[in-house]
Structure formats: C-alpha cells, structure tokens
Design a protein around this ligand. Structure first.
Ligand SMILES: Nc1ncnc2c1ncn2[C@@H]1O[C@H](COP(=O)(O)OP(=O)(O)OP(=O)(O)O)[C@@H](O)[C@H]1O
Ligand SMILES: [Mg+2]
Length: 301
C-alpha cells in the first residue's frame, strides 16, 4: 500500500472547504494514487458472504433528542478482520461504534430505528441481555482508563464480575490476557503494583488485556492510539494485526495511515451517513465516491 503523507491542498481550496465544513483536518491525510477512468467505473464490491459477518446494521438511524446522528446506515463487518471507520469529527463514528454494544443506551434522549446485528441477532430487540452483549463486544477507549487498582485486579475485574473467584483460574487468565495484549513480559514481576504507574501505552495494552480477559468476540476500539507516542502506537497496531485472527475488530481512527496499515476494510462516514465502504486498499487508491476522494486527500476534514 502506498500512502503518501503529503498534504497538498491549496490554501484557497482549504479556506473554501473550511467555510463549508469548519473542522480540523485529519492528521497527515494520504493522497491516493491517481484515479484512472476505470476507478469510477469499478463495480460495487460484493457484500460480505452471508454468515461471516458477526456485526451488521440495516437502515439504522440514531437521534440524540432531535439531532439525527446516524442516518440509514447499512453495513456489514466481516469476522476475523479489522474494519476501520473514518470520517470528520462529529460525523458519527463513536456513535456507530457504541451502537454495537448498546453503550448509547446510557445517554438520555437517544432514540434508534433499524437493525443492529451481532452474531445474527438484532441486539436492539427488547429482551437482549445487554450485560452479556457487552462481554461479547468489548470496548477500548481513546484514553486508557485503568482503574486505580493493581495491574492484576484491572485484568481480572470483569472475571470477578462474572463470578470467577478461584485464584488459580484468575491468575491463569490474567497471564493469558496480558500475553495476548503483548504486556506480560513487561509487568509479570509487578502485577501487584498500581496500574496507574504504567506508561500510557502500557495502560492502553492493559485495557486491551482487561477486555480480552472475558473472552469477547468483538473488540471495538475508539481511537485507541491517538493519545500515544509513535512507538506505543506501533505496538497497538501490531497487536491489532495479531488479534484479528481471533477477534473481529472495529477501529475508529482519524489517522488514515493507520487505517491503511491495520484495516482490511474501511467505512467512510459523513454527516451521519455511510458514504462508502470497501476493501481498505481499494478505498484509498480508487474511491468510488468523489466525497471519499475529497476527504482522503484532505480537501475537507
Ligand atoms: N451524548 C450526546 N448527546 C448529544 N449529542 C451527541 C452526543 N454524543 C454525540 N453527539 C452528537 O452526535 C454527532 C456524532 O457524534 P460522535 O461523537 O459520534 O462523532 P465522531 O465522529 O466520533 O466525532 P470525533 O471524531 O470528534 O470523535 C455529533 O453531532 C455530536 O455532537
Ligand atoms: Mg468520536
């Protein structure tokens, strides 16, 4: 994948775009390869094979009070793959992510219509066990949020909530989760120390370990590396590539190089609507929609 880091938008266009959409430009937007005539003629990508997408939405709408934040989103997210969600600030990326484990339920005044499927079931149906859903669909946030407890207690927190109290089992699962999160070697000798003494990148991997400890099927990651330095970011990205063989991963990112590096598919949202979803390489090199091209080349952000 060749993703250029130049940002060659002229001042004039930038000013015009800023008037239309007063949002900060994304960090280092890539410039896609020149579009050939065939780019616009490329047929629509086939939908993901049925039965292989544990996450999906159909004609999904969400309002915060009277504000429509998501409008008619129909999307399939394949299993064992990383899907990136990109789009300008305020376009609805986090809202869409929170839809899959019904975290938006916690926000007063939220109303939804349509379908949100996890492993084939519409999780918006009344009677959905939301606690079980959130165990299957874990979430990692932009800022690492370890509890002010020991490293060990952070990792086993969810297990204790699930009623696992056997010390041997808790230790085994803590080791397994920390190993999966590529943190074990760094913390195995200080599991009893405060999680707050870890670096930001270590804290984020600890939060990933905490999520993995309860055996989720899906990991939702909302800008998981945006608060981290380049080397901690690289570790999180490596981790995503390792984890996707066992989990379905959805990542929100403002960093298009990151989307290009880690994701198999990318969905571009704008003003609450899904503009385009495709294989990441195709979306960045020959987007079908002019709006996508304008966004990934930094003409607006
Ligand atoms: N709790 C809330 N109450 C009311 N409106 C909200 C709430 N959360 C988000 N919104 C609105 O919904 C829209 C989508 O917000 P969302 O946080 O999903 O955007 P985003 O794409 O994640 O943005 P960013 O890139 O800045 O994180 C925005 O207009 C936002 O103001
Ligand atoms: Mg967000």
């Amino acid at each position: 994948m060749s993703v250029d880091t130049r940002h060659d938008v002229s001042e004039e266009r930038r000013t015009a775009a800023a008037r239309e959409t007063p949002r900060p430009p994304p960090a280092m937007p890539p410039v896609p390869a020149p579009r050939g005539a065939e780019a616009t003629a490329r047929p629509a990508a086939p939908p993901a094979a049925p039965g292989t997408a544990p996450l999906g939405t159909r004609d999904f709408h969400l309002w915060y009070g009277t504000h429509p934040a998501l409008r008619g989103i129909t999307l399939e997210l394949p299993a064992n793959a990383v899907t990136a969600i990109i789009g300008p600030s305020g376009c609805g990326k986090s809202t869409l992510l929170r839809t899959f484990n019904r975290m938006n339920d916690m926000i007063p005044g939220v109303r939804t219509t349509g379908e949100v499927r996890v492993a084939g079931a519409n999780v918006l149906e009344p009677g959905t066990d939301v606690v079980a859903l959130r165990r299957r669909v874990g979430m990692v946030f932009q800022r690492p949020n370890p509890f002010p407890r020991s490293i060990f207690e952070n990792v086993v927190f969810g297990l204790r909530m699930l009623g696992v109290h056997d010390r041997g089992e808790l230790e085994a699962r803590a080791e397994r989760s920390l190993t999966s999160a590529a943190l074990w070697d760094e913390v195995k000798d200080r599991l009893g120390r405060s999680a707050l003494a870890l670096s930001g990148g270590q804290q984020q991997r600890l939060c990933i370990a905490r999520c993995l400890a309860v055996d989720p099927q899906v990991m939702l990651m909302d800008e998981p590396a945006s608060a981290l330095d380049p080397s901690a970011t690289a570790r999180i990205e490596e981790l995503m590539l390792e984890l996707k063989s066992r989990y379905t991963i959805v990542i929100v990112t403002h960093n298009m190089q990151q989307a290009a590096r880690v994701s198999d598919r990318t969905a571009f949202l704008l003003n609450g609507e899904l503009v385009e979803v495709d294989e990441t390489r195709a979306l960045f090199t020959s987007p079908r929609q002019k709006l996508t091209e304008d966004y990934i080349t930094g003409r607006f952000g």
